[in-house]
Design a protein around this ligand. Structure first.
Ligand code: CMC
Length: 392
């Protein structure tokens, strides 16, 4: 095989073949298994969409009911997982708590035959069922409360919102949250999905696959951006401050959070749908002045950066939806993870059936044939730190 050109961040380099989702970044088109995201958002539920992504086809009524039943019956987490999570520092980020707890599931459900469909099904069901319970449990336990048990009479989205607040959400809130999960469920080979695929390609257990993907999603250039969008809107505070803020940020060459995408060069179709959801929520729960700031910033960024193809991405409006639902900011990325588990599992399944372990190459830029200098003769090098920086 000939050596191909090096592309930083593997930009534009095909790293796999996949039949799961498709993005046309110039048209602003996203499809899951060939179905447009707008159709799924309007007509499907998150679990129906997860089934589509993972098993390749939309379920019929019977298949969906049985999938939902299985998920409901696996929502509870073992008391040892709960007790382990109780020991996590309450100041820790919920994404770190989620990554550790997802990995801990592997201690209880050990790796078996990855090619046994029953094992695959059980792992899919457990992960989809337990991840929301773990996110909600950490949220309550870090405030010193006991976790709320899942309620079997509630659907996937409604049950999660209930476990967070112990209050049953309104049908509109539950439906909108469910659509948010659908919108975040899958997005081709982004950083966390790639990380899931690399991990899957070693034939390790699916809990390690999901834990590695959660760790990757946590970064501010990926899933962590939704939390930072709200920080930014809070900092801007009012519509009058939008232009000065943007000028300053651009002068300092800072990124405007929630804008820009490696693939989309027009407005992300998910951002358009999320914006409609925000407006629907306002009708039931009242207006949020941050939305005015967000729209003013969108217009200002468009004036300045449209020529670079910088438009709102999925993270731009999702935070406003979650804020209206009363969800704390640092749970925004764990919620992204709850949804993306569906896509990660779809890629896990695809990877293990057509596996070749990932082992790319590199272009070495270091030295050769260096002498070994005895420790007594070595000069001081640049790597000196003050211990105060990492004292605890
Ligand atoms: N604000 C200001 N300028 C930007 C932004 C932004 N958010 N994004 C890209 N640019 C500029 C960048 O400065 C560069 O300009 P120039 O060519 O003059 O140097 C040009 O656009 C291309 O940028 P890039 O870094 O080559 O683009 P990329 O494809 O590597 O980065 C990105 C994609 C998402 C990391 C980036 O747009 C970004 O950092 N956005 C802010 C963080 C964010 O919202 N992340 C969520 C991404 S979508 C959901 C997800 O993946 O989780």
């Amino acid at each position: 095989m000939s050596i191909v050109e090096y592309r930083a961040g593997l930009e534009g380099v095909p790293a796999t073949q996949s039949a799961i989702s498709f993005v046309d970044g110039r048209q602003g088109l996203l499809e899951y298994r060939g179905i447009r995201i707008e159709e799924l958002a309007a007509h499907s539920t998150f679990l129906e969409t997860a089934y589509l992504l993972i098993w390749g086809e939309l379920p019929n009524q019977k298949e969906l009911e049985s999938f939902e039943r299985e998920i409901r019956s696996h929502r509870r987490i073992k008391y040892r997982i709960r007790d382990m999570m109780k020991c996590f520092p309450e100041s820790g980020h919920p994404m770190d708590a989620l990554q550790a707890s997802a990995a801990a599931l592997g201690l209880f459900y050990s790796r078996r035959d990855l090619h046994n469909p029953a094992y695959v099904r059980a792992a899919v069901v457990r992960l989809l069922a337990k991840i929301p319970t773990m996110v909600a449990a950490f949220q309550l336990m870090r405030k010193g409360n006991d976790p709320v048990q899942p309620r079997d009479d509630l659907g996937y989205a409604a049950n999660f919102l209930y476990m967070l607040s112990e209050r049953e959400p309104s049908p509109l809130a539950a439906r909108i949250f469910d659509v948010c999960l659908t919108l975040h469920a899958e997005h081709t080979i982004n950083a966390s999905t790639f990380s899931a695929m690399v991990t899957a390609s070693t034939f390790t257990d699916p809990y390690a696959v999901i834990a590695s993907a959660v760790g990757t999603l946590a970064g501010p250039l990926h899933g962590g951006a939704n939390e930072e969008v709200l920080d930014m809107l809070e900092e801007i505070g009012s519509v009058e401050n939008v232009h000065p803020y943007l000028e300053r940020a651009l002068d300092q060459k800072s990124r405007i959070m929630g804008f820009g995408h490696r693939v989309y060069k027009v407005k992300d179709p998910r951002a358009t749908i999320l914006q409609q959801l925000v407006e629907q929520l306002f009708q039931e729960f009242g207006h949020d002045s941050y939305y005015d700031v967000a729209m003013a910033l969108e217009r200002a960024v468009e004036e300045k950066l449209a020529h670079k193809g910088i438009y709102p991405n999925v993270d731009y409006y999702s935070g406003l939806v979650y804020r209206k639902l009363g969800i704390p900011k640092d749970l925004f990325t764990p919620i992204f993870a709850i949804a993306r588990v569906a896509g990660w599992l779809a890629h896990w399944r695809e990877q293990i059936y057509e596996n070749r372990i990932f082992r790319p190459t590199q272009i070495y830029t270091g030295l050769h044939e260096c002498p070994y200098v005895p420790i007594t003769e070595r000069q001081m090098n640049g790597a000196q730190f003050s211990t105060a920086e990492y004292s605890s």
